[in-house]
Design a protein around this ligand. Structure first.
Ligand SMILES: C[S@@+](CC[C@H](N)C(=O)[O-])C[C@H]1O[C@@H](n2cnc3c(N)ncnc32)[C@H](O)[C@@H]1O
Length: 408
């Protein structure tokens, strides 16, 4: 494994020197140092607000003391974890990633970064962390190395602690791949206006289904032709009442006609379901080109309205407080945006962006992962489909709980 880990180090170090943000989130439009730093960090906050709302809903709780982000890169998620834990450590194999993470650290007393270039985590003691997270890291490592790190992650997790990580399982069958192939439209094709006939009256019970009439106007000069580009649908999110913190990304979906010409209008019905926890929320309606983008990210103004979930005389309890806390802590003023400009960030890196090799991808079958944790003294609480490894793979996000040590 020694050669192996040295190659991993060289690979990530070269990328970190060349195009570090794109090496982390490889959106084709952001190649060649095009990522905006604020936007980049916002993706981490978004990822964490969704995860913790979800864990809360599933009644999966952790102590809030100490968390670790394995393969932290420049701290995209590590910084967001600062809103949820008292002390957070990010660890990465690339010294350049760690140097950049330190430079971008807005919580020096709370978040620390560790460079670790070996194939174990001996740098951390046993039973140290309440919560471990790893996203888009293990999928690039050889399976034997991944299993070794998983064993190590379990060792440093305290009994009862939670590990969340993502990993591809196996390749998608070819015919399913053909179905899943979508193509982006021209950038200026994603221009729409959205209207609603009637905003639902407040308040509504948790988990209530509502049917909304949504008027869609293709305001671009392009026809939206789904057989050519892949499905385009009306969809909705649920946000905290700050209007920023994403709590439920995917709720209702309703198809558009197979062809909607430039300037054509259509009215569709969207079935939405209110969040399972009482609270004040914002429902946001948008169009989604599946597998490609939400129209909002291409400049369309979404349709939003507030929804109170509960009853009139509710004194909102945990759910509402959670949403409010998440919004305050994750998106509000106490979490400052980074002041460093992209220019400063890249100042001491390689001058030129280099064309480097593709990211290696490796999967471990989900059955093996479940067995592995069982044998190692932990339980896979949930396996949720995950798309980080691309359309070719079937992948999962695993939520794992380390067993409590049995009483003697
Ligand atoms: C695609 S990036 C993801 C970064 C971060 N998890 C995020 O989502 O923003 C993968 C990161 O994992 C790091 N990495 C890869 N192998 C590693 C290992 N064996 N130990 C620690 N970090 C590793 C890389 O240096 C890189 O920063």
């Amino acid at each position: 494994m020694k050669d192996n880990i040295q190659n991993v180090h060289v690979f990530w170090e070269q990328y970190a020197q060349s195009d570090p943000l794109w090496a982390i989130l490889s959106d084709p439009a952001m190649k060649n140092r095009q990522w905006d730093l604020q936007h980049f960090f916002r993706t981490g906050r978004h990822e964490m607000s969704l995860l913790f709302f979800h864990l809360n809903h599933l009644h999966i709780q952790t102590e809030k003391e100490k968390a670790l982000d394995f393969g932290c890169g420049i701290g995209r998620v590590t910084q967001a974890l600062a809103a949820h834990f008292k002390s957070i450590v990010g660890v990465d194999i690339s010294e350049t990633m760690i140097r950049l993470a330190d430079k971008l650290n807005r919580f020096p007393g709370k978040v620390s970064y560790v460079h670790n270039q070996v194939d174990d985590l001996k740098v951390f003691p046993d039973n140290e962390f309440d919560f471990l997270y790893s996203n888009i890291v293990l999928q690039h490592l050889q399976p034997e190395l991944t299993l070794h790190y998983l064993q190590e992650l379990l060792r440093i997790l305290r009994p009862g602690g939670i590990l969340v990580f993502q990993l591809p399982s196996h390749l998608r069958p070819q015919n399913a791949m053909a179905k899943a192939a979508f193509a982006p439209m021209a950038n200026d094709a994603y221009q729409a206006s959205l209207r609603i006939s009637k905003i639902p009256g407040d308040p509504v019970g948790p988990g209530t289904e509502l049917t909304l009439d949504i008027h869609v106007h293709n305001q671009s000069r392009h026809d939206w032709i789904q057989p050519a580009y892949g499905p385009i649908r009306i969809g909705n999110h649920w946000l905290a009442n700050d209007g920023v913190t994403m709590l439920i990304q995917d709720d209702g979906r309703s198809p558009l006609p197979e062809k909607l010409d430039a300037n054509e209008k259509y009215t569709g019905q969207l079935l939405i379901k209110t969040p399972p926890q009482k609270g004040d929320y914002i429902c946001e309606i948008d169009l989604v080109h599946e597998g490609i983008a939400w129209f909002k990210d291409k400049g369309t103004k979404t349709l939003r309205f507030p929804v109170r979930v509960g009853s009139k005389d509710d004194h909102f309890s945990r759910a509402d407080i959670f949403a409010a806390e998440a919004s305050r802590a994750v998106e509000g003023t106490p979490v400052p945006e980074t002041r460093i400009s992209a220019q400063d960030l890249y100042a001491d890196l390689a001058k030129e962006v280099r064309e480097l090799g593709p990211f290696p991808m490796h999967g471990i079958h989900s059955d093996r992962i479940v067995e592995f944790f069982k044998a190692a003294g932990a339980e896979v609480l949930r396996m949720e489909e995950d798309e980080h490894s691309g359309q070719e793979w079937i992948g999962y996000r695993y939520i794992v709980k380390k067993n409590q040590i049995p009483r003697p």
